[in-house]
Design a binder for this molecule. Structure first.
Ligand SMILES: [Zn+2]
Ligand SMILES: [Zn+2]
Length: 333
């Protein structure tokens, strides 16, 4: 018997694609990052929060129609049942479960298992076929606790009160997580935002994620920014925009900051290893928890994870999906 899902993540029984890279008549969207959610589809099925995120980023008419599906709710289409489960990656992010012909297939989208109060907690979903991402699919990737990374940031702020700390963070997901981690570590001063962050931070708050006092970084004087923390897109922290701040400490929050060469190349003075993807151990654990006998690996370092799966006696193969880049600009965090 064939699989209920094709290798391009087309689901024949419901005539829809999951996270298609080009406009399609019907699309199931795992989450709002640009390498998964695009504008121009006909009908979009996603969690209500992902739909809100898409509308803020791409406009209210970025698809012809939207259908929201809550976590755990079952939607029957033709002979198949579609449901969504939390992926723990960013707010609203979902794994997609397709049940058809007595088989269960899960597409994880991007996911992580570490607790994060800005995203619904990951839930393992039992299945026969698991399509897993592998952004950090190498044994060298063992992410530290994000709280210890935030503690290093706050120590640096304390030690250098005359400087401003600029934290490069992608605007969707990472920025809000860094802010929440700072709040939970006791940082109750205002946090300053680059303009690109403001609408998405407002949306997170509307959707029930409190972020504390946030202030636009524009219009502030150099003197008042000493000892402050600014969140900005990675592209902004080294360009002309950053010169308005007093002797800025360039920081970046990303899973890739564990690769020292990357941090150096990006001229990051204080790298913060804060990842919204599974590390190697979390990937292994998730594959184990799913009980799946067939694993398709995509979106990153496929080969090592495919090899690991085969050693566990599982069927495994890499999927080469178009449009999913390995460090994903904004998605590969
Ligand atoms: Zn991605
Ligand atoms: Zn993502």
């Amino acid at each position: 018997m064939g699989h209920i899902l094709n290798r391009d993540l087309y689901v024949p029984s419901i005539d829809a694609w999951i996270d298609p890279s080009v406009p399609r008549p019907r699309a199931v969207i795992t989450h709002g990052h640009a390498d998964h959610a695009r504008s121009g589809h006909g009908a979009v099925l996603a969690t209500p929060k992902t739909i809100e995120i898409m509308k803020v980023r791409y406009g209210v008419d970025c698809a012809d129609t939207f259908q929201g599906l809550d976590f755990g709710e079952k939607l029957t289409i033709n002979d198949a049942v579609v449901s969504l489960y939390p992926a723990g990656h960013i707010l609203g992010s979902a794994q997609v479960l397709i049940e058809a012909q007595g088989q269960r297939a899960v597409v994880t989208g991007d996911y992580k298992r570490l607790p994060d109060r800005t995203a619904e907690a990951f839930e393992p979903v039992a299945c026969d076929l698991m399509v897993t991402e592998a952004t950090f699919g190498l044994p060298v990737f063992q992410h530290p606790k994000p709280q210890s990374e935030i503690a290093r940031l706050l120590k640096s702020v304390q030690d250098q009160p005359e400087r401003c700390h600029l934290v490069g963070s992608y605007a969707l997901g990472k920025a809000q997580r860094v802010i929440a981690l700072l709040r939970d570590a006791g940082w109750d001063k205002p946090i300053y935002l680059h303009g690109a962050m403001i609408r998405l931070c407002e949306l997170y708050e509307q959707l029930g994620v409190p972020l504390g006092n946030l202030i636009p970084a524009t219009g502030t004087t150099k003197a008042e920014m000493a000892g402050q923390i600014v969140i900005a897109p990675p592209s902004a922290i080294r360009d002309k925009w950053s010169r308005r701040f007093p002797d800025p400490v360039v920081c970046q929050a990303s899973g890739w900051m564990s690769v020292k060469q990357r941090a150096r190349q990006a001229l990051v003075e204080l790298p913060l290893i804060i990842s919204d993807h599974c590390d190697w151990g979390e990937l292994n654990q998730s594959i184990h928890d799913s009980g799946a006998s067939t694993i398709w690996v995509t979106h990153g370092r496929e080969d090592a994870l495919v090899y690991w799966c085969k050693k566990q006696g599982l069927e495994a193969e890499p999927l080469a999906l178009p449009g999913l880049d390995d460090d994903g600009g904004e998605g590969g965090e």
